[in-house]
Design a protein around this ligand. Structure first.
Ligand code: NAD
Length: 322
């Protein structure tokens, strides 16, 4: 019997690719760029299993390209790039990579929070430009985290990890909003559940950890931004479309909030007009999960999901759909 085939839409860390190669014929898209639609369709036509990225739009046309396609393994925890409903209708299993990148994203969230509040990027530029002429009592004053109130929107794997460190490690008071309330967590971490508007009004830092869904698109728009304290910071490592980025730029331009730190953008890789010119932002190019440890574990988990499905077993982390 000929070997089953797996197509990988872009080069990822070898750990998972090597695992796939032990079982299947594997092709990895060779160019270091987002695969074109035509090339993706050709790849799908060739394979039984697809390992794809969040930059690949897996819609009806792609899912219809090959009746033998059994599994789509997304190399991400978010799966807003995939038509889950249609895949389900067709009996194609979709998987994601939850859990293994949680710590990396939690750490990046704190990295962003500290970078914006301690003005680290601004200070780095200042120093490199030769503007540092000696210690000054009022130079580049920032805001400390200890004693501040952190508002977490989305208390899932990542949000709850952020909450725990914020409370136990940083001495912050934690507020959260989620569609589900977790009273056990509240007790353990002295966290307080609030409706979103109250959280927006009371927090010094707000961090977003919801998935991108129709209900979370533009969850933070002009109205919500206007409720935030003038001294507050907004951090986003979830998905860009959760924030109305144009509205955010306007608010930042007029000092409506003190700053924002973003890893994800509404129309990435494009940035909203004016965003890159602002001093009170820190921007990273969707790298919250980009540690060797997390990306390697994601590679293995995506591969294991494909191995299981193509060997007739249950995948480890199927996307159930909502
Ligand atoms: P999760 O499913 O464990 O947590 C999501 C939480 O959001 C859940 O508790 C859920 O109840 C809550 N939620 C859903 N809809 C909501 C709503 N309308 N209002 C309030 N809360 C709502 O997911 P996770 O592993 O914590 O990841 C969260 C998101 O982070 C992912 O969906 C993904 O988009 C994003 N992410 C980004 C990166 C990155 O590289 N920047 C990496 C990993 C994950």
């Amino acid at each position: 019997m000929s070997k089953k085939r797996v197509f990988v839409s872009r080069k990822i860390l070898e750990s998972g690719i090597n695992l796939l190669k032990r079982h299947f014929e594997v092709r990895v898209y060779p160019k270091d760029r987002v695969i074109s639609r035509k090339e993706l369709i050709n790849g799908v036509k060739w394979c039984d299993g697809l390992l794809c990225l969040l930059t690949d739009k897996i819609d009806k046309e792609i899912l219809d390209a090959n009746p033998n396609l059994k599994v789509v393994a997304n190399y991400a925890v978010g799966f807003n790039n995939i038509d889950i409903k249609y895949a389900k209708e067709k009996g194609i299993i979709v998987t994601n990579t939850p859990g293994v990148l949680t710590d990396a994203v939690i750490e990046h969230t704190f990295g962003l929070m500290l970078a914006i509040s301690k003005r680290i990027v601004e200070s780095d530029t200042f120093t490199r430009k030769g503007k540092y002429h000696g210690w000054e009592p009022l130079l580049l004053l920032g805001t400390q985290l200890k004693g501040k109130t952190l508002g977490i929107i989305g208390l899932g794997r990542i949000g709850s990890g952020v909450a725990e460190i914020a409370h136990k490690g940083m001495g912050m008071d934690v507020l959260y909003h989620d569609i589900n309330r977790d009273k056990g967590f509240e007790k353990k971490n002295k966290a307080k559940f609030l409706p979103i508007n109250s959280l927006l009004k009371q927090s010094d830092f707000i961090t977003l950890h919801v998935p991108l869904l129709p209900s979370t698109k533009h969850l933070i728009g002009a109205k919500q931004l206007s409720m935030m304290k003038k001294t507050a910071y907004l951090v986003n490592t979830s998905r860009g479309q959760v924030i109305d980025e144009e509205a955010l730029v306007k608010v930042l331009q007029k000092g409506g909030i003190r700053g924002a730190a973003l890893d994800v953008f509404e129309n990435e890789p494009k940035l909203a007009r004016g965003l890159a010119k602002l001093k009170n932002v820190v921007l990273t190019p969707h790298i919250a999960s980009a540690t060797i440890e997390a990306r390697s574990a994601m590679s293995v988990l995506a591969a294991k999901n494909i191995v299981n499905v193509l060997k007739g077993k249950k995948p480890l982390t199927p996307v159930k759909g909502r």
